[in-house]
Design a protein around this ligand. Structure first.
Ligand SMILES: *[C@@H]1O[C@H](CO)[C@@H](O)[C@H](O)[C@H]1NC(C)=O
Ligand SMILES: *[C@@H]1O[C@H](CO)[C@@H](O)[C@H](O)[C@H]1NC(C)=O
Ligand SMILES: *[C@@H]1O[C@H](CO)[C@@H](O)[C@H](O)[C@H]1NC(C)=O
Length: 444
């Protein structure tokens, strides 16, 4: 009954807010202009065979070589017709569109032994999972400009199971490949594509700027290890909107490097918008961290609809990380069934090696979370800062996290300073209840 009433209330709020918006729905997707490409080629012109058995690596490499070296004005579109195109990993090039028709599937081979290795990211100092290099992402972009991956909801399939099993049996040699990585790239659009069964993180823009990811679907089993949806990492001006993500790890996680390597590299993630995301995961819906060493600031996440979650909103960092997490605004989050509604923690995640600096404490300051509605949430929240670096300016408003019978709906706090307004269940005393028009302004 409560759940029903809660949903009715929630949806009527949605209707009211969408009415007031009218047709001009707010969007950040315009930060990268969509370019029309006159020059079009098809993978079949380069020997591509979509029979699900032929290995098409040569076709992809030849087609992309042609785009790179024949430099057509306005760039070139590479068309993938319906069919299943098995291939090894490949590199994209600048000024191209990878276009997947309806029914087109680009599928990764399952040969993990001959998968190419690349250098670790300088902000991580080593592979995220294991020391040394890391396997190149299935589809890779390094130092590119003006790249679009789109179409009619064709599929990019990582066939990650073999990799998950290597992880499960602890027989991985190096860090697993991402499904897609863009590194040091600019003006990237990813839309209308289905990503499934990534070996590791799905979409990883790192050291990038002007990135738009919208109308994508990202799928991986709930028990698949580390299959994060979208991880903007040391990147600026990123727009993530209108997508459905259901994976085995965080749906969207903003990162910026790892301990002493991330501090030395010093590349923050900033001006990132996450809007109208729906999904489900045993980990977090909206996550920040735990790799936050280059700093993370000016983040907006809103209109997030989650079900069957580990944590709704999770901000996580650790000693040794240094850096900062500041000016974070998260609003209009609906969570149906979760272990935790909100969790902000200073003790999460591992270290790259023993040389991290235990005195490098992150600064967490100015986190505003408002309009969160949860039903069947087992624990409302926990906010645990660091003794030497308490989290400040934590401001919670209009938060209702409903439990069900036999659940602990209380908040747990330590080393945190902040304010709260209309939060139920009532928050811990560290979040002093206040009101007035300046409410939360001290957070920024
Ligand atoms: C931040 O991102 C928004 C879109 O989300 C964009 O309009 C704005 O120009 C960006 N700000 C800066 C300083 O680049
Ligand atoms: C793909 O890009 C990576 C990273 O830039 C590079 O190491 C590798 O040689 C490239 N592979 C091919 C086949 O061009
Ligand atoms: C593709 O899927 C997205 C997300 O479900 C949807 O919004 C979009 O309309 C679809 N696009 C096409 C071309 O079918």
């Amino acid at each position: 009954m409560w759940r029903l009433l809660a949903s009715v209330l929630f949806f009527s709020c949605l209707i009211v807010s969408s009415l007031s918006l009218g047709d001009s729905e707010v969007t950040c997707s315009g930060i990268v202009p969509l370019r029309y490409r006159n020059d079009k080629i098809s993978i079949t012109d380069y020997g591509g065979v979509g029979d699900g058995r032929t290995v098409n690596t040569k076709a992809f490499r030849a087609a992309i070589y042609r785009i790179q070296h024949l430099k057509r004005r306005g760039g070139t579109l590479l068309y993938i017709p319906p069919g299943v195109y098995l291939t090894e990993s490949f590199n994209l090039t600048s000024h191209m569109t990878l276009y997947l028709a309806k029914g087109a599937v680009i599928k990764a081979v399952q040969d993990t032994r001959n998968w190419p290795l690349i250098d670790p990211l300088p902000s991580y100092g080593r592979g995220r999972e294991l020391p040394g290099g890391r396997y190149m992402s299935f589809i890779h972009g390094d130092g590119l400009r003006d790249v679009v991956i789109t179409g009619q909801n064709g599929t990019i399939d990582g066939q990650g199971e073999v990799w998950w099993n290597l992880w499960r049996s602890r027989t991985l040699k190096y860090t697993r490949p991402n499904l897609i990585e863009f590194k040091d790239s600019k003006d990237i659009i990813i839309s209308n594509v289905i990503f499934q069964n990534s070996p590791f993180w799905n979409i990883h823009p790192v050291y990038c700027s002007e990135v738009v990811i919208h109308h994508v679907t990202i799928l991986a089993p709930q028990d698949s290890p580390n299959t994060d949806g979208i991880d903007p990492d040391s990147s600026v001006n990123v727009c993530i909107e209108d997508s459905y993500i259901s994976t085995g790890d965080d749906l969207v996680a903003i990162k910026s490097g790892w301990d002493q390597y991330g501090i030395a590299y010093g590349r923050p993630s900033s001006n990132i918008t996450i809007r109208r995301i729906t999904g489900s995961s045993p980990f977090a819906g909206i996550a920040i961290g735990s790799e936050t060493s280059g700093g993370i600031k000016n983040i907006v996440a809103e209109h997030i609809t989650l079900s069957n979650m580990g944590v709704g909103v999770n901000i996580k960092t650790n000693i040794g990380r240094g850096g900062y997490i500041k000016n974070i605004k998260i609003s209009n989050v609906y969570v149906d069934t979760a272990k935790y509604g909100i969790k902000i923690a200073g003790d999460t995640g591992d270290h790259p090696d023993a040389n991290y600096n235990p005195n490098a404490l992150p600064v967490v300051k100015g986190i505003h979370i408002k309009n969160v509605w949860g039903v069947n949430v087992r624990k409302a929240g926990s906010i645990q800062g660091l003794k030497g670096s308490p989290f400040t300016g934590i401001c919670l408003s209009e938060i209702n996290l409903h439990g069900s019978l036999n659940t602990y709906r209380t908040w747990k706090c330590s080393d945190v300073i902040g304010t709260s307004l209309k939060v139920s269940p009532s928050p811990c005393s560290e979040l002093r209840t206040t009101g007035g028009s300046n409410f939360c302004s001290s957070a920024f």
